[in-house]
Design a protein around this ligand. Structure first.
Ligand code: 6PG
Length: 490
C-alpha cells in the first residue's frame, strides 16, 4: 500500500476530521503517512478524496500497520492522533510510544480532557517523548481549509510542530495564524474546553433570541433576515451567519422548514459540562455557560417537560408582535455574549494562575478570531482590550466593553423583563444580567449568608468595621459559647 517516503508527519485516525487535516497538510506541502485501524477506510480515502486532490499537493501514503507508518517518517518523528477522546487515545499512545525514539512528538488533536493531557505530557516526558495536547476547532470545513489550533504540552515540542500546525491553521484578518503555543501540559486542551463552553453559551444566546422572535409570531424567513442583519454589525460571527442559513433551509422530505422538524432536545458530548465543572472547582462565576449546559439538559427531558406543561401554571409565551423591539433583542444578546466571554476569560486567568501556565489571554482571543466555531469580529475587541491591559481581570471593565454593556443595559433589562412576563425562559440572558448586577454591586446580601452560617454552624464572619481576614463569631443562642468551626472564604 505504501511507497517508501520520508513523510513530514504521521496521522492516526481517518474519520472526517483526520482525513481533512491530512489533505490540508498535503495542500500546504507537508507529506503525510496515514494509518487507520480499519484498512479499508485508508484505501477508500486514498482512492477517493486523495486521488482527486491537486497534483501539486505533497504525497499522502497509506500504511496497513502502525509500524509501517512510523518507519515512513522523517526524524524527529511527529505523529498526530485524531481518534476518539478518552481510553482510545491512551491505547493508541501505548501502541506507538514503544516504536518512537527520544525527542519524537505525539500530538493529540481530539477533544481530550485537559487533565488527561496533563497526565500524558508527564508520562511521555518520562519516556523521553514530547506530547502535545492540541485543541482543534472548526469542524470538518475548518479541518480541511484552516482550523483554529490551540496546542499545549511539552514546550520543547513546539519548535518541531510549529511550522506545520501554523501552516494548516486559519489566518486571522491581520495575517497571523490562528495557532500558537498556549502553554505547558494541559493548557491547550483547557483552552479548547473553554472555547467549547463559550460555544455552548453563544448557541444558547442565539436560541433565546430565536425563541422570543418566534413567540412574537415572526416567520422563519423574517427571523433569518434579522440574523443576517445582525451578522453585519457588532454580532458579526460564524454562528449568527449559519443561524440565518438554517432558518432559510427547507427539509427536502417534507418541504417544511428544516428547523421546524428538528426535535427540541439538545445533545452534548461533554466539553460544556467539563467547563462548568472546572469553573465550580476553580470558584469562578461561569454562570452563562453553565446555564447553557443546564438548558440543554432541560431540553432533553422531553417527556417530563410535556407532562409538566399540562399542570404547571403560567403565561403561555403570549408576546404580541413587536412586543420586544428587535434592536433591544440584539442588545440583550450582545451584552449577554460579552458577559459570557468576560466570565470565560476569568476562568482562563484563574486556571493560568493555578497551573502556572502563564496564558496570554489576548493571544488566545486572537486564536479564536478565525477558523473555529466561535469565530467573531468582536474577538478583535477582546484582543485589543488585553493588549491595552494584559492584567485586565474583568473584561466588562475594559473601556470598550464598559461602553458597550452600559449602552445595551436598558434594552437587556427590557428583554429579560418581557420574557419573564411572557413565561419564556431566558437562562442565558437572565443569568448574565444577574451576574452583571452582582459584579456591579458594592454590597450584596452575603452578610445574611454569613450570619446564617455562623448561627447554625459557628462558621464565623468578617466584619465591616474590622480588617479583612479577621473572623468573628456571635453566640446567637447563648448556648454555643465561643467555639467555632473554622472559617473559609472560597
Ligand atoms: C469545534 C467544536 C467541536 C464539538 C462540537 C460538538 O470546536 O469544532 O467545539 O469540537 O465537538 O461542537 O460539541 P457538543 O456535542 O458538545 O455540542
Amino acid at each position: 500500500m505504501a511507497e517508501d517516503v520520508s513523510a513530514d508527519i504521521g496521522l492516526v485516525g481517518l474519520a472526517v476530521m483526520g482525513q481533512n487535516l491530512v489533505m490540508n497538510m498535503a495542500d500546504h506541502g507537508f507529506s503525510v503517512a496515514v494509518y487507520n485501524r480499519t484498512t479499508s477506510v485508508t484505501t477508500e480515502f486514498l482512492e477517493g478524496p486523495v486521488a482527486e486532490m491537486d497534483e501539486a499537493a505533497a504525497p499522502i501514503t497509506g500504511h496497513e500497520t502502525v509500524e509501517g507508518m512510523i518507519q515512513a517518517l522523517s526524524t524527529p518523528r511527529t505523529v498526530m492522533l485524531m481518534v476518539k477522546a478518552g481510553g482510545v487515545v491512551d491505547a493508541v499512545i501505548d501502541q506507538i510510544a514503544p516504536l518512537l525514539d527520544e525527542g519524537d512528538v505525539i500530538i493529540d488533536g481530539g477533544n481530550s480532557n485537559y487533565q488527561d493531557s496533563i497526565r500524558r505530557t508527564a508520562d511521555l516526558a518520562e519516556r523521553g517523548l514530547r506530547f502535545v495536547g492540541a485543541g482543534v476547532s472548526g469542524g470538518e470545513e475548518g479541518a480541511r481549509h484552516g482550523p483554529s489550533i490551540m496546542p499545549g504540552g511539552h514546550a520543547d515540542a513546539w519548535p518541531v510542530v510549529a511550522e506545520i500546525l501554523q501552516a494548516i491553521a486559519a489566518d486571522a484578518p491581520d495575517g497571523r495564524p490562528c495557532c500558537d503555543w498556549v502553554g505547558p501540559d494541559g493548557a491547550g486542551h483547557y483552552v479548547k474546553m473553554v472555547h467549547n463552553g463559550i460555544e455552548y453559551g453563544d448557541m444558547q444566546v442565539i436560541a433565546e433570541a430565536y425563541d422570543i422572535m418566534g413567540s412574537m409570531g415572526m416567520t422563519n424567513a423574517q427571523m433569518a433576515e434579522v440574523f443576517r442583519g445582525w451578522d453585519d454589525g457588532v454580532l458579526d460571527s460564524y454562528l449568527i451567519e449559519i443561524t440565518a442559513k438554517i432558518l432559510d433551509y427547507t427539509d427536502p422530505e417534507t418541504d417544511e422548514a428544516t428547523i421546524d422538524v428538528i426535535l427540541d432536545a439538545a445533545g452534548q458530548k461533554g466539553t460544556g459540562k467539563w467547563t462548568g465543572i472546572a469553573a465550580l472547582d476553580a470558584g469562578q462565576p461561569l454562570t452563562l455557560v453553565t446555564e447553557a449546559v443546564f438548558a440543554r439538559v432541560v431540553s432533553a427531558l422531553v417527556d417530563r417537560r410535556q407532562a409538566a406543561a399540562d399542570v404547571l401554571a403560567g403565561p403561555q409565551r403570549d408576546l404580541a408582535p413587536g412586543a420586544v423591539a428587535l434592536d433591544d433583542l440584539r442588545d440583550a444578546l450582545y451584552a449577554s455574549k460579552i458577559t459570557s466571554y468576560a466570565q470565560g476569560f476569568m476562568l482562563l486567568a484563574s486556571a493560568s494562575q493555578e497551573h502556572e501556565w502563564d496564558l496570554d489571554l489576548g493571544r488566545i482571543a486572537s486564536l479564536w478570531r478565525e477558523g473555529c466555531i466561535i469565530r467573531a469580529a468582536f474577538l478583535d475587541d477582546i484582543t485589543a482590550a488585553f493588549k491595552e491591559d494584559p492584567d485586565l481581570d474583568n473584561l466588562l471593565t475594559a473601556p470598550f466593553f464598559t461602553h458597550a454593556v452600559n449602552g445595551a443595559e436598558p434594552a437587556w433589562r427590557r428583554v429579560v423583563t418581557a420574557a419573564i412576563s411572557a413565561g419564556i425562559p431566558t437562562p442565558a440572558y437572565s443569568s448574565a444580567l444577574a451576574f452583571y448586577d452582582g459584579i456591579r454591586s458594592a454590597r450584596t446580601p452575603a452578610n445574611m449568608i454569613q450570619a446564617l452560617r455562623d448561627y447554625f454552624g459557628a462558621h464565623t464572619y468578617e466584619r465591616v468595621d474590622e480588617l479583612r481576614g479577621e473572623f468573628f463569631h456571635t453566640n446567637w443562642t447563648g448556648e454555643g459559647g465561643a467555639v467555632t468551626s473554622g472559617s473559609y472564604t472560597t
